[in-house]
Each structure stands twice: as C-alpha cells, then as structure tokens.
Design a protein around this ligand. Sequence first.
Ligand SMILES: [Fe+2]
Ligand SMILES: [Fe+2]
Length: 155
Amino acid sequence: MLLMTSSESVIDVLRSAYLEELETVMNYRTNSIVLEGVRAQEIKESLEADIAEELGHAGELGQRLKQLDANPPGSAAFTAQQESLQPPEDSTDVLAVIDGVLDAEDGAISTYQQLVELAQAADDPVTEDLAVEILADEEAHRSEFRGLRKEYSGD
Ligand SMILES: [Fe+2]
Ligand SMILES: [Fe+2]
C-alpha cells in the first residue's frame, strides 16, 4: 500500500474534487439542454444556476492547489464516474435527472466531508475552511433538489 503524508492526501483529494466538479458541470450543462417538456423548466433553471456555482468551486480548488505548490489536473487524469447523471433516453424524464443530481450532490458532500477531516489532520486550516464553505453549498444544492424531487414525484 502506498502511504501518503497527510498534506499529500489533501492535495490528492483537492485534485479529485476538482475533476468531480468539472464532471458535474459537464452533466448539469448537458441535462439542462436535453430536458424538455412542460415539467422541465424549473429543473433547467436550477441546473443553470448550479453550473455557475460548481464551476466556481473548481476555480477555488484549483487556486488552492496552486497555493500548495501543486496544480489542478488536465483531462488526461479524468475518469468519468457519474453514471446516473447521463442524459436520460426520454428527454422529458425529469425525475431521472433529479435522481442523478442527488447522487452527484451526495458524492460531493462525502468528498468535502473527507477533505475537512484530512485538512484538519494535516493542520491546514485554509483548505479546511474552503472545504467547509463548499460543503455548505453542496448541502444547499442537495436540499433544493430534494424539494424538487418531492414536488415532481407527487403528481
Ligand atoms: Fe460543487
Ligand atoms: Fe453541488
């Protein structure tokens, strides 16, 4: 097993969180375009608003990596993971997209919970602060889409 120092683990998770944010941007963008129908408008708008926030998160993570003398990765380091967030075959299947978003937000929440703990262990309060701040955004996103899920599965 490869043993990493705690600051190496922080850098490792910052890099994977960066790629995770960019995959989320890719899939929110695609789904916001693909979805159609009378039920889709509100979801399209929520996705649109979150794209800007997730892209902002990637920017903050990349800047933090730079401050730590590391760099954000390019696409060669990327492996797709968001299977449930692929655009649905039925472009009016709003619930499929909502469930995919909830998976993505759950994933982001566990990433930032892990980063908070690692940054604490590495005595890196600046990264810890950033992780807490982004974690709060992801919890807000999840809560928003949980509400939308209730609304859309009720009829
Ligand atoms: Fe994010
Ligand atoms: Fe999010």
